[in-house]
Write a protein that binds this ligand. Structure first.
Ligand SMILES: CSC[C@H]1O[C@H](OP(=O)(O)O)[C@H](O)[C@@H]1O
Ligand code: ADE
Length: 290
């Protein structure tokens, strides 16, 4: 299985893609253990894509437990060059209303318990992460959303995604603090994924689906899972249309992404000094540089 150039990671409420055809479940062995679920490889209007349910199809993995390294490694192994990540987020700003779509271009890291690098064990690399989202891919997503003209949905291009550890939602003081930092939305998953995707030289962009006002808004109830899932159900069909339209655009015109060369000047350790076991483990990432 190779040459599936587009990966879709579905978050809360997006456990499958109804429009996928000719589906095949693919299990990839990775040096980082099993993926969250089997990859569902199929076609969307003729384009081959792989879908992965981030928390598993039955939502059994906490944000902390998601095997981010295995997931990104497996997508890399089948040839993925672009990842569209669909995620539920809380809104930290009045103008981002539940059901709106946000294409964040920055992150603030509030995670504590995530391994978010493939490196170590005898090889050191420091990727550039000033622009954590691929602007070219986000542009395609944004254009797809605009062209769809979805009723009820306002698109926000750009914004800062605060990535918290969870699983409990934020306290009121935390939520206000993140607002004071300029956070636009809050979630629990996308930052480690974006870092690992960059290390794997895969372009990554987040389609953030606003589901709630977290707990800071005086006129709205504090976030609950019920609220999130209710709004995701209202938005799931829209999210799938956006993904489908984005895949069509990517297939017709695959954008150039700096992410595809992210490791070129990032690896410090001479490759002939890297332990053989590490070289083998990271073979698919290091291949262009060996
Ligand atoms: C469903 S409650 C919070 C949960 O939803 C978001 O997940 P994802 O990013 O996978 O859509 C959030 O990050 C939390 O993990
Ligand atoms: N308010 C919130 N905080 C963290 N993750 C979320 N996902 C959806 N809403 C959220």
């Amino acid at each position: 299985m190779a040459d599936v150039s587009i990966g879709i990671i579905g978050g809360s409420g997006l456990y499958k893609m109804a429009a996928l055809q000719n589906v095949e479940e693919v299990t990839i062995d990775t040096p980082f253990g099993p993926t969250s679920d089997a990859l569902i490889v199929g076609t969307l209007d003729g384009a081959k894509v792989a879908f992965l349910a981030r928390h598993g199809r039955n939502h059994h993995l906490l944000p902390t437990e998601v095997p981010y390294r295995a997931n990104i490694y497996a997508l890399k192994a089948i040839g993925v060059k672009y990842i569209i990540s669909a995620s539920a987020v809380g809104s930290l700003q009045e103008e981002v209303k539940p059901l709106d779509m946000v294409l964040p271009d920055q992150f603030i890291d509030r995670t504590r318990s995530r391994v978010s690098t493939f490196f170590g064990d005898g090889i050191v690399a420091h990727i550039g992460f000033a622009d954590p989202i691929c602007p070219a891919l986000a542009q395609v997503l944004g254009d797809a959303i605009s062209e769809l003209n979805l009723p009820e949905v306002t698109l926000h291009r750009g914004g800062t995604y605060v990535c918290m550890e969870g699983p409990a939602f934020s306290t009121l003081s935390e939520s206000n603090l993140y607002r004071s930092w300029g956070g636009t939305v809050i979630g629990m998953t996308n930052l480690p994924e974006a870092k690992l995707a960059r290390e794997a030289e895969i372009a990554y962009a987040t389609l953030a689906l606003a589901t709630d006002y977290d707990c800071w808004h005086p006129e709205h109830d504090s976030v609950t899972v019920e609220m999130i899932i209710g709004n995701l159900h209202r938005n799931a069909a829209n999210a799938q249309s956006v993904i489908q339209a984005t895949v069509a655009k990517l297939t017709a015109n695959p954008p150039v992404s700096k992410a595809h060369k992210a490791l070129r000047h990032a690896i410090l350790t001479p490759l002939d000094q890297v332990p053989a076991a590490t070289k083998e483990k990271l073979g698919i990432l290091l291949k262009p540089y060996l």
